[in-house]
Ligand binder design. Structure first.
Ligand SMILES: Nc1ncnc2c1ncn2[C@@H]1O[C@@H](CSCCNC[C@@H]2Cc3ccc([N+](=O)[O-])cc3CN2)[C@@H](O)[C@H]1O
Length: 267
């Protein structure tokens, strides 16, 4: 039964995603109050500060950074693009890959203005906010491709996508728990993406705690496997990772805006 449940669960998740609406999703999660750069306790500035620290304080740098399940967002690689020569973006849905290409081609074909994000990360880097145009150019220069991914496959990417030794670093934000029907599938997916990483490479994983659903568009309710810190740590250990640091952010009441039932964020 477990095997049968596994196939149906993953197939059912893929069916849920057919209604995913990038523009609505960006509106729900990447505009104020969740993305309010004037508020220290807003979620997006917290995430950007954690990613900035991870890519500048540790020895996390190298040739290739791969973002697993990019969705329609770029914030997850705004710091990493300064310390990796190549950045590969990936997503399961063509609509999201198209959204990312729209920004890359800089012809106004995207649904969110990333300027405040670029300016905020420049500030974190001690640069003047007007350096955001240089950061945008840097990002467009290092993003080598935007490719399909499926974390439920033992080989999540097409075989010839990565060099034989794998990626130096993976980043994955709010993806695995939102695409896995249960904890076992979440843990298996962690193992699958781990095989894309070279020995000694780093995984930066951002995810939701206590989330059981979210809206991927108007009326598009997508089930999520609710996780707590202990389960995240156990799944990482079980799929072969050594945990370096875990940080948890608890959502203030006014960040709970009805688009999901997230109670916290881990990184
Ligand atoms: N099999 C698959 N393999 C890889 N990617 C897949 C697969 N299926 C779907 N995908 C791909 O994964 C998806 C990634 S977006 C997932 C959204 N995660 C939940 C949402 C996000 C969010 C954001 C911000 C905050 N916050 O507190 O600030 C909270 C939350 C919690 N709600 C989507 O791009 C889909 O296209």
């Amino acid at each position: 039964m477990e095997g049968k449940g596994k196939v149906n669960g993953v197939a059912a998740m893929a069916a849920c995603y057919q209604g995913f609406d990038p523009a609505a999703y960006l509106q729900y999660n990447y505009t104020p109050p969740r993305a309010d750069f004037e508020r220290k306790d807003s979620i997006v500035p917290w995430k950007l500060a954690c990613l900035h620290r991870a890519f500048t304080e540790g020895d996390v740098r190298g040739e290739l950074l791969v973002d697993i399940g990019s969705g329609p967002t770029l914030y997850q690689v705004l710091s990493g693009c300064e310390v990796f020569n190549k950045v590969l973006l990936t997503d399961f849905l063509e609509v999201n890959r198209q959204e990312l290409r729209g920004w890359l081609e800089d012809e106004g074909g995207c649904n969110l203005d990333w300027t405040p994000y670029l300016q905020h990360v420049c500030k974190l880097e001690g640069r003047r906010p007007s350096a955001w145009t240089e950061k945008a150019a840097k990002l467009r220069q290092v993003i080598t491709d935007i490719v399909p991914v499926d974390v439920h496959r033992p080989q999540p990417l097409a075989l010839d996508t990565l060099p034989s030794e794998g990626a130096d670093c993976l980043v994955s934000c709010f993806c695995l728990e939102s695409v896995s029907p249960d904890l076992a599938a979440f843990t298996r997916a962690l193992g699958h993406i781990g095989r894309l990483l070279r020995t000694g490479g780093h995984l930066l994983l951002i995810g939701a705690l206590g989330e059981s659903y979210y809206f991927g568009g108007p009326g598009v309710r997508i089930p999520v496997v609710p996780l707590n810190e202990a389960q995240v740590c156990a799944s990482l250990k079980e799929s072969g990772y050594t945990l370096i640091r875990l940080e948890v952010y608890t959502l203030p009441q006014d960040m709970r805006v009805g688009v999901d039932d997230v109670s916290g964020v881990f990184l």
